[in-house]
Design a protein around this ligand. Structure first.
Ligand SMILES: *Cc1c(COP(=O)(O)O)cnc(C)c1O
Length: 375
């Protein structure tokens, strides 16, 4: 793959790497009979939905627009969950969704008659909060104190389950299957009595299935355990795992300055193009770069905005950098395009993919209108 072929900044997704992930996910569906959905919140590059749809069962959505995108561009099952639905959206949510998951019994009570009255079969679920999670960062922990996501056992209403086909929990983030196994134990203890009457259980996302050290056999054991014990179908809705390590963000060095260390200003911004770098926070990997000090030439990279904290991180190189050099960030398919913005008038990166058949293909570029039209 030749990154010099694209104008920067540009997200590039490598179809060959995506297919590797999809094949692993498909093998789990084949071995267990479970259904895997793409959580669009992590990755909504819909030009690849026809490909993803060959391997996965459909999409998970958290809004009307995501539901519609999945319906129109993948055309398979559409599952929708929202912490609270917008009344005026709900008819369209029903139009685009096969499964609708509610965040409380109040919400279920509010909408169930409308669901009953449509001539379409929609399966309904309740999101539960098992109050067990091993996530240490609160912003990513759906079980932190007073979390608004899901119904706790204390608030669960067994006498309002008529019409409910499934239970949904989502309590993981970038975790391995040992965490799932411990979570399932708690879910089973607390909500087992209600699972018998369900058609399906949705294990949510956060399963880092396509990471190198992920233990697939434990995941398979967890799925089979719940399917066999309660005679239910299991759904998983990973976002990250679908497109993990399949994308790059290609950028160019615009300027090199100095302030007690070498500073590189890039044409890509942490704040605009990879907001998780600041939100998580984390330091993305760069091809051919090391930790500061690993190699002789260390630089701190920042974006072209006027935000002082628009800093990506410190990196070292074997050779000194010069203006015009390409800097390629790794694992930039997920939670990047879906979260980017035009703060400070910074243009959005174009979007490209590389396939064996067609080589590098730019499928989308952005300009002034994309900035102006949102304001
Ligand atoms: C975010 C989210 C997912 C996907 O999570 P990943 O960490 O990207 O796998 C799935 N389901 C729900 C309800 C979510 O909020």
């Amino acid at each position: 793959m030749n990154f010099n072929e694209v104008q920067t900044p540009c997200y590039v997704v490598d179809e060959r790497l995506l297919i590797q992930n999809l094949e692993l996910l498909k093998s789990i569906e084949d071995r267990t009979g479970c259904h895997i959905l793409l959580a669009q919140k992590a990755f909504s590059m819909y030009s690849l939905y026809p490909l993803i749809g060959k391997y996965l069962h459909g999409v998970a959505s958290s809004s009307l627009h995501e539901a519609r995108l999945g319906y129109e561009e993948m055309g398979k099952e559409v599952h929708t969950f929202s912490p609270a639905y917008i009344d005026s959206d709900f008819d369209d949510i029903m139009k685009y969704s096969d499964h609708i998951v509610f965040n409380s019994f109040d919400e279920w009570g509010k909408y169930k008659d409308r669901i009953k009255k449509t001539n379409k079969h929609i399966e309904c679920g309740i999101r539960i909060n098992p109050e067990y999670s091993e996530i240490e960062t609160d912003i990513y922990n759906p079980c932190f104190t007073h979390s608004r996501l899901g119904v706790t056992l204390a608030n669960f209403k067994p006498d309002e389950l008529d019409g409910i086909d499934g239970l949904h929990f989502h309590t993981m983030c970038e975790q391995n299957s040992d965490t799932l196994e411990r979570t399932i134990k708690v879910v089973d203890e607390k909500f087992g009595p209600y699972m018998k009457q369900m058609k399906w259980i949705n294990f949510g996302g956060g399963h880092h299935i396509t990471r190198e050290d992920y233990d697939v056999e434990t995941l398979i054991r967890c799925i089979n355990y719940i399917q066999d014990k309660y005679d239910v179908e299991v759904y998983l809705e990973p976002g990250e795992a679908v497109a993990l390590n399949t994308g790059f963000l290609v950028s160019t060095v615009l300027a090199i300055t100095e302030n007690e260390m070498k500073l590189g200003i890039l044409d890509t911004s942490a704040a605009c193009h990879m907001p998780d770098v600041i939100e998580m926070p984390y330091r993305p990997n760069i091809i051919d770069a090391g930790e500061p000090g690993d190699y002789p030439y260390t630089y701190r990279f920042g974006g072209p905005t006027c935000l002082a904290g628009d800093i990506i991180g410190d990196y070292s190189f074997q050779r000194p950098l010069t203006v015009g050099d390409k800097v390629v960030f790794c694992d930039m398919a997920i939670y990047s395009m879906v979260k980017n913005n035009t703060f400070n008038g910074v243009n959005l990166p174009s979007i490209a993919y590389y396939s064996k058949k067609e080589g590098m293909k730019v499928i989308k570029t952005f300009g002034y209108e994309d900035f102006k039209s949102r304001l």
